[in-house]
Design a protein around this ligand. Structure first.
Ligand code: MN
Ligand code: MN
Length: 304
């Protein structure tokens, strides 16, 4: 069950994510620096009393997920593209995970509309007791009815306190039964829609990391860094920018060592295999006994 205090924090995190995405809707445009955008959005999260639950992801065109600007990222938003902004906020470990897509060219209108409809469909399917595979089947139906494809190997996920991917998945395609949603749970619901082949592959190393193993190494400096990573982020993903900001280049070198020693995982960038463009809308919902609370309501932000 979800206590009143817990619900307040889930909702507070959702409010921050919502404001941040609203802001990104205003400022995402051709020529904008990804580094400036990410820094600005992450600053806003903190100013509003939240913490980033992961680095802001800004995935352009056929990049589906896990692109976050590096320390010296020079990338700017190209003309006539499609930009996804995916933000994570936590308040005391209670997470909101939400995303929007901005089309900078009318030719992506269908992709964006279908991605919105896919999220609407997924949300309206959700209820306590639902078999999660049922959500995937409905999403697949609606997306394919428009001649597009959902991304089969990306899915929504159960959220727990300080745990972004807490086990259960919400598929975006028809699958075998994969578990039921139950009262008291929180989920990130996120259909991805593409005009490509319908699945993503890894496209090189990104700049997002996560502590996966706190076992000591017996190197005082590295063990100290592990301790601080745990203190600051627990098992939530963090950015190389945040490490650089505190520890400089030596911090990045140590981080590299922790990746090789398998204490830290580095997320690969995920790209649509056919280089199709990818649209995504994501909300966070809490399943209460008498209702479902959508903490982020991103589709309401898109009034135009
Ligand atoms: Mn997300
Ligand atoms: Mn998510």
């Amino acid at each position: 069950m979800v206590s009143e205090e817990e619900l307040e924090k889930w909702i507070a995190a959702g409010e921050v994510a919502r404001v941040v995405l609203e802001k990104s809707l205003d400022i995402v445009d051709e020529g904008l620096s990804l580094l400036d955008l990410a820094n600005k959005l992450e600053e806003t999260i903190k100013k509003m009393g939240g913490q980033p639950a992961f680095p802001v992801n800004i995935s352009i065109g056929s990049i589906a997920a896990h692109y976050s600007p590096s320390v010296n990222d020079q990338t700017t938003i190209p003309p006539k593209t499609l930009v996804k902004v995916d933000v994570g906020v936590h308040v005391n470990g209670y997470i909101a995970d939400a995303a929007i897509t901005v089309a900078l060219d009318p030719s992506y209108q269908l992709l964006v509309e279908v991605a919105k409809n896919a999220l609407k469909t997924a949300l309206s399917t959700f209820k306590p007791g639902i078999e999660l595979a049922e959500v995937g089947a409905r999403v697949e139906n609606i997306v394919k009815a428009h001649g597009l494809k959902p991304i089969a190997n990306l899915s929504g996920h159960l959220l727990e306190r300080y745990n972004l991917h807490a086990g259960k998945h919400v598929p975006n395609v028809r699958t075998e039964p994969c578990g039921k949603a139950i009262t008291g749970e929180a989920y990130a619901v996120e259909p991805f829609v593409t005009d490509g082949k319908g699945y993503v592959v890894e496209a090189g190393s990104g700049t997002i990391y996560r502590l996966t193993n706190v076992k000591k190494i017996n190197g005082a400096e590295l063990d100290q860094l592990i301790k601080e990573l745990w203190k600051n982020y627990r098992n939530l993903p963090f950015s190389e920018r945040w490490i650089y900001h505190v520890y400089g280049n030596t911090g990045l070198l140590k981080l590299e060592k922790l990746v090789h020693l398998r204490r830290v995982y580095r997320y690969p960038i995920l790209i649509e295999v056919g280089r199709g463009f990818v649209a995504q809308f994501e909300d966070t919902i809490i399943l209460l006994s008498n209702k479902i609370v959508n903490t982020t309501r991103v589709l309401e932000l898109l009034k135009s």
